[in-house]
Write a protein that binds this ligand. Structure first.
Ligand SMILES: Cc1cc2nc3c(=O)[nH]c(=O)nc-3n(C[C@H](O)[C@H](O)[C@H](O)COP(=O)(O)OP(=O)(O)OC[C@H]3O[C@@H](n4cnc5c(N)ncnc54)[C@H](O)[C@@H]3O)c2cc1C
Length: 579
């Protein structure tokens, strides 16, 4: 029996043989020697938000835009949906781990893996391609303290970005660059999972704008069987044709050049040499929730005592790197009827590989996460006016020999807060990521509630009729626990993983509420410097965060356009108190 790693190697070789073009660069970039001395805007990081910004700002011909990205380009390997879980610990990833956690990740001695995309498209090029916008409630919460960020304010940017191909969904963007569709593959178990949810009282509906418990088929950023990352959506269509947009890959930005509290440009390492480039209008950090705070701190913007401990001169004393909020997940595994889900044999099958390479269909064209459920757990009275606080991802392909399905539990509005700090003043050193999972014990209690519910779901008739039974062997450290609650505690302790949604480390808020940027995304006390990415989210939304990051890029571009130019493409809405 082959392992997933071996199967991936065979698939990769076949891809390279049969589809050489899939490994050629799809985005036009410049050489390091062709870089100009100065640009109007320098964007740091070509991820979900940065790619979006680069496209929207370069719509204005007179502006010269430079996009600096530390990673390289996507290939057909990153674009194949089933490969998403094989992209961690590769050249496409920053390969971070957290600081030692005392309450979880005991499987890795307390150091949880913490993947982040290091490639054009950023984490949208390595993510699981689930498309969710978040609830109206999430953004209205932001809008209460940040003028212009309620759902009414941000909805036009979701609509502008989204090219939704799914018929019948109301209130979705149809013409935007980011394709949203169902993947072109399904297993037999998928409909049973949805029926199981219905048996537990969940509504079978995409619950984006409503606040009931729901279960539905996963919508994805998969376009015709291939990943549609922010790079594919926003850079590919314009990188060759817009002469005012320069993209340089392999460029690690080490600091922002700040003179008299004005951002003047950035320093970066390319081909092992340090370079600098000027920004005559603005520097924009879009390096994500881990690296945007890191670059700010390296540049002298952060907590005084922390910066001084590395002899970094303090330019602005701000709580950079505080307020880290991340979703995590804990998974239970179930044996199910042979053939009702995909297993390693389906991936190892040469016909599956050929089918994907020729037509982009078959099991390689999906990630396995076929169904999502959102439920309310905990004190019901507190939740009457709030959306579901638990998410379950239901997976039907695990790359294992057995026929297994999995259900993960994620607390959507965690109470715990972590931090990002420097480990060194060396820009090449990894930052310290302290996720502090379960630092607040309410997160543990809610996770247990969620896992109890997920186990009940697998005891409903639609799944027991498919032979569903808990498989403890998939969690070997806990396999000996007989009592279910003790087993659950053990699984949380050993097998919690990130759900990959860190936000909040460059918080948008007033200064006295711990803000680092204002609602125009400008860094307090420094001119010509903005942060535009997931790090500005004051609170994590109650869903997956890629669409949110792209929305932030879309809205950020309009804020900049209206500050510097009258050329605004979107009609402004008039939102009063979020309505
Ligand atoms: C494995 C994984 C799975 C996920 N699954 C989903 C999902 O299914 N659905 C969903 O909605 N969300 C998912 N997410 C989360 C989502 O992808 C992120 O929230 C979103 O991409 C964040 O966008 P961003 O622009 O803030 O940062 P990123 O997209 O991470 O972009 C940051 C960019 O900056 C670059 N960069 C960083 N530092 C530097 C530097 N010093 N110099 C130059 N460049 C730099 C990085 O290389 C990267 O390209 C997932 C994330 C991961 C990692």
């Amino acid at each position: 029996m082959e392992t997933l790693k071996e199967v991936v190697m065979v698939f990769l070789m076949l891809l390279m043989q049969k589809d050489e073009d899939g490994f050629k660069d799809s985005i036009s970039t410049i050489k390091g020697t062709d870089i100009l001395d100065a640009y109007d805007f320098v964007i740091v990081g070509g991820g979900s938000a940065g790619s979006t910004l680069a496209n929207r700002l370069s719509e204005i011909n007179e502006w010269k835009i430079l996009l600096l990205e530390a990673g390289g380009q996507e290939t057909d390997f990153t674009k194949t949906p089933a490969m998403y879980s094989s992209l961690s610990n590769t050249e496409y990833d920053w390969n971070y781990t957290t600081t030692k956690q005392d309450k979880t990740c005991q499987e890795f001695d307390g150091m949880c893996e913490f993947p982040r995309g290091r490639v054009l498209g950023g984490s949208s090029s390595t993510n699981a391609m689930i498309y969710t916008r978040g609830y109206r409630w999430d953004y209205d919460r932001w809008g209460k303290e940040n003028w212009g960020w309620s759902f009414c304010d941000v909805e036009p940017y979701f609509l502008r970005s989204e090219g939704n191909r799914i018929p019948g969904l109301k209130g979705r963007g149809r013409d935007g660059p980011l394709t949203v569709d169902y993947p072109p593959y399904m297993t037999e178990l998928r409909d049973q999972l949805i029926k199981a949810g219905q048996a537990k009282g969940l509504k079978n509906a995409d619950c984006a704008d409503y606040e009931y418990d729901c279960i539905f088929r996963t919508q994805t950023t998969i376009r015709d069987g291939r990943r549609c990352s922010a790079s594919t959506a926003y850079l590919q269509p314009v990188s060759a044709s817009r002469e005012n947009l320069h993209i340089l890959t392999g460029a690690l930005v080490s600091k922002i050049i700040i003179e008299n509290k004005v951002a003047k440009g950035v320093e970066f390492i390319h081909d092992d040499k340090v370079h600098s480039v000027q920004a005559t209008k603005e520097v924009i950090l879009s390096a994500g929730s881990i690296n945007s705070p890191k670059i700010l701190m390296l540049s002298g913007i952060g907590l005084r005592s922390h910066l001084e401990s590395f002899d970094i001169p303090v330019i602005a004393d701000l709580p950079v790197g505080d307020n880290l909020q991340d979703h995590n997940r804990v998974t239970l595994f179930y044996n199910v009827k042979n053939g009702s889900v995909a297993n390693i044999d389906d991936l190892a099958d040469k016909d599956s590989m050929d089918e994907y390479i020729a037509n982009q269909t078959g099991p390689y064209a999906y990630t396995g996460i076929e169904v999502l459920a959102f439920v309310k757990r905990g004190s019901a009275w507190k939740l009457i006016r709030e959306p579901p606080n638990i998410q379950h991802h239901l997976t039907t392909m695990l790359g294992l020999p057995d026929y297994l399905a999995a259900i993960s539990t994620t607390v959507l509005r965690p109470f715990s807060r972590g931090t990002i700090r420097l480990s060194s003043a060396d820009p090449k050193a990894d930052p310290l990521i302290d996720v502090n999972y379960y630092g607040d014990k309410r997160d543990w209690q809610l996770t247990v509630e969620g896992m109890k519910f997920s186990n009940e779901l697998f005891q409903t008739e639609p799944l027991t009729s498919y032979g569903a039974s808990l498989n403890k062997a998939a969690t070997p450290e806990c396999a000996g626990e007989v009592d279910f609650l003790k087993y659950v505690d053990c699984v949380i302790k050993f097998y919690t993983r990130t759900m990959y949604h860190p936000v909040g480390t460059v918080k948008m808020a007033s200064r006295f509420r711990g803000g680092v940027v204002n609602s125009n995304l400008q860094v307090y006390g420094i001119q010509n410097l903005r942060v535009i990415d997931a790090s500005i989210a004051p609170t994590v939304i109650s869903m997956n965060t890629n669409a949110m990051a792209i929305m932030i890029g879309e809205k950020g571009s309009d804020i900049i356009k209206s500050d510097h130019s009258k050329m605004l493409k979107t009609k402004k809405r008039f939102c009063i108190w979020g309505k």
